[in-house]
Design a protein around this ligand. Sequence first.
Ligand SMILES: *[C@@H]1O[C@H](CO)[C@@H](O)[C@H](O)[C@H]1NC(C)=O
Ligand SMILES: *[C@@H]1O[C@H](CO)[C@@H](O)[C@H](O)[C@H]1NC(C)=O
Length: 493
Amino acid sequence: MSVTFFITCLLVVTVVGAEVAPDEFQRQFDVVIMAKFDQLEAKVRDQEIQLKMARDEILSLKTKVQRLESVLVENANTKSRSVGSNRIVADKAMAATSSALFVPRTCQEARESGLPEFKDSGMYWIDPDGLEIGDGAIYVYCNMTTGATTVGHDSEATIEIPKCSNAGCYSRSIVYNGGSLKQMKALAEISANCHQTIQVNCLGGPFTVNGIDYAWWNDVSGTKQNFWSGSEESIHICQCGIENNCVRPDLECNCDANVAVSLSDNGNITLKRVLPVTKLNFGQINHNGGSHTLGKFTCSGKPSYAYPSSCADLWRIGYTLNGLYPVQGSKRVEFIHCDFSLGQNVQEKKIGYADVKTQAVEFYVQRSDELLSSSPKVIPFNVEILNEGGAMNLVSGTFTVPKTGTYLFDFSGVKDTSSGAMSVVFSVNDVKKASTLGDDPGQFTMNLPSIWHLVKGDTVKLTMSSGTLYSDDRNGPLVHFTGILLEEDIVFV
Ligand SMILES: *[C@@H]1O[C@H](CO)[C@@H](O)[C@H](O)[C@H]1NC(C)=O
Ligand SMILES: *[C@@H]1O[C@H](CO)[C@@H](O)[C@H](O)[C@H]1NC(C)=O
């Protein structure tokens, strides 16, 4: 190329130089040649830089391919051992170090990973039902501003509905990119919201008239559905019905008017549980014309649980490491073992419950001097050894339950010789629940251990009948009352 160029220069210079003196010609020739030479040199330098960049890129790609190959081999090796993939999206550092391994379950996860390769919106591989589990990854559009995942299908274009007469005489199955309904189901399950739009042009061709469905769609489970917009599964309706602007105010869909006029209905189906649409069915197309346009399947967000209550909840949030997890039980925090190696079909085993209390409640009070009464009387106390939570009022002798749960109490006191038969009654909200009796003459120790399930606000008291509870300086306090919260009913709100 440079030789051709040189000759071209020479020719140009020769033509121009024909009218000037030979010396001047030589000078002009040199100037032109030098200028061209400089240009060429710059060009070569530029090419060299680009070549080096290309070489670097190839090198980097080579390394990447090698890394991916090693991961593939590694995965093939670990597959048989059913080791859960070490993907915890929240752990950015971990995701970064294993970025070659990281295949997000949703675009939301990809976005949250913060990895540079997921910076721009575009097509990405995701694996909603879990890496190395279930069906293979699917190729989807990720909007990295919103984190929305959009899955295309084979029926996005406007498709003509041919004339036919019976209910559902025309059907079209929808095949999603990647072809896996399992992946669609998983995607919906691990997203906060999903939607899919549909537009139908009709000329006649009613959807539902007098309770008879001429048109319907099948949901992800194959179930027949006749709501064309919104999230109310049991109501036949289109967008015009929701907005109250259908051509016939008494109908919920324009097409249901069933007239020889071009009409159309729109819908935006938002019931995540039944999406995406797997089949469209139309019928009673008496006039020519009619078409359907089904939107892509879009899901966004992630489910949130203030208190996960199962391994499935944990899976939806993104946990994949097998192990013991505390979750919300009916009354207490429970421990479950989760085996995530089957992904969505996570195996759960209940192990037991965790002893979780929002607050410690325990008291031990005493009476250091003799207590004499000629009539039934609530026993007050004057020595506080322990009163964690402050629920025991010594002066009034009343324990007010601060937390609903199961409590253990114990009372012990000595009946004085001077008393005849004497009893101590344990009451909850002033209702007698249990009692102990000193019937013998002489000194006698009365005991009253018991366990109760009590509700916050309940009051607990000990009432002595007439008589004397003995205590003296020599033997120390002889009247004891203890209580402790054994198990609290945890309220999950
Ligand atoms: C992402 O979604 C938002 C909201 O729907 C939209 O405005 C924006 O154009 C989308 N961006 C891309 C790149 O698709
Ligand atoms: C459909 O509903 C979703 C969720 O409410 C919304 O984000 C989306 O913009 C709607 N699409 C149309 C076309 O109305």
